[in-house]
Design a protein around this ligand. Structure first.
Ligand code: ZN
Ligand code: ZN
Length: 292
């Protein structure tokens, strides 16, 4: 009985772990589908109403579709590389000859671990230059997959910003009646209003884009700040910045030698300068007393 319960519990835990990935994927594809619909179906209708010449429309459509699928491709590709690039100590020769200040012993992994490495209790392993455990992908952000995490976040932000601009018309139509309780409710909680399924779908996606944009903007801003400061989330929390290499050095250590190009596509090779084990100490290893 006990083993049956624990099996059922671990199955539920596995499903819950994958739920955010599934939800995220559904949202990303729904938003792309909705914006493609706006470009392919709604825009020609507007043009017909205006009775303007149609020559520019195919270029306009091609440009928008290209931009959308460029962003979607980058989100999916970076997300896939992020999940499939292991940031852990598994299969890494850590050595031991250079065990200086900052090395620790992990009793769970039964291994000496280098500075900036820490154990993740979700991944059940130590992670090199661990930043944080990403619940959306059920994967740790660490030394080798940091670039893919950041680029995925950047394209999610760009995609949401683009979707909000494209959906602006939905908000304008709702706001045409002015700021009444009905229009406010329709903006904030379209699913409780008795609207047609089509209007509901548009309002729901437009709302989700705005909320998503606000959240992703905060997250992206925080991580770009950490990248420029050469800090991990853990170091930021403990008010330490001992491995900063200056602005350009931090960009190189975070995104690789082609940091200025690598965000365009995961295809651009951008080797990281370090090994994730040895880091040059440039500041105090102790937490700062005041300020960061
Ligand atoms: Zn460990
Ligand atoms: Zn983890």
């Amino acid at each position: 009985m006990a083993s049956y319960t624990s099996k059922a519990f671990s199955r539920v835990e596995r499903v819950c772990r994958h739920l955010p990935v599934v939800l995220n994927t559904v949202l990303v594809f729904s938003i792309t589908g909705e914006v493609s619909y706006l470009v392919l179906v709604e825009a020609p209708r507007l043009e017909e109403a205006d009775l303007e010449p149609t020559g520019w429309l195919s270029w306009w459509k091609a440009f928008h579709l290209l931009a959308q699928y460029f962003m979607l491709g980058n989100i999916c590709w970076n997300a896939s590389l992020f999940v499939n690039t292991s940031p852990t100590i598994k299969g890494v020769f850590l050595g031991g000859e250079g065990m200086i200040e900052g090395w620790r012993y992990c009793y769970t992994c039964e291994s000496h671990t280098p500075p900036r490495c820490s154990h993740c209790y979700d991944c059940k392993v130590c992670v090199l230059r661990r930043d944080h455990h990403c619940v959306f992908f059920s994967r740790c952000v660490g030394f080798r997959n940091y670039r893919y995490f950041l680029c995925c976040l950047l394209f999610m932000w760009a995609g949401l910003l683009y979707a909000v601009v494209m959906n602006a018309e939905v908000f304008l139509v709702i706001l045409k009646e002015g700021l009444t309780p009905h229009s406010l409710l329709l903006l904030l909680v379209p699913w409780i209003m008795l609207v047609s399924p089509r209007a509901f779908a548009f309002a729901f996606i437009a709302d989700t884009c705005v909320v998503g944009l606000l959240l992703v903007s905060a997250f992206l801003f925080f991580h770009v700040l950490l990248l420029l400061r050469g800090q991990t989330t853990r170091e930021w929390y403990s008010a330490r910045r001992p491995y900063s290499q200056g602005l350009l050095g931090n960009l190189r250590h975070g995104l690789g030698s082609r940091w200025f190009l690598c965000w365009l596509s995961p295809l651009v090779p951008s080797p990281l300068p370090g090994d994730g084990i040895h880091f040059q100490v440039t500041g105090s290893l102790e937490p700062a007393v005041a300020g960061r």
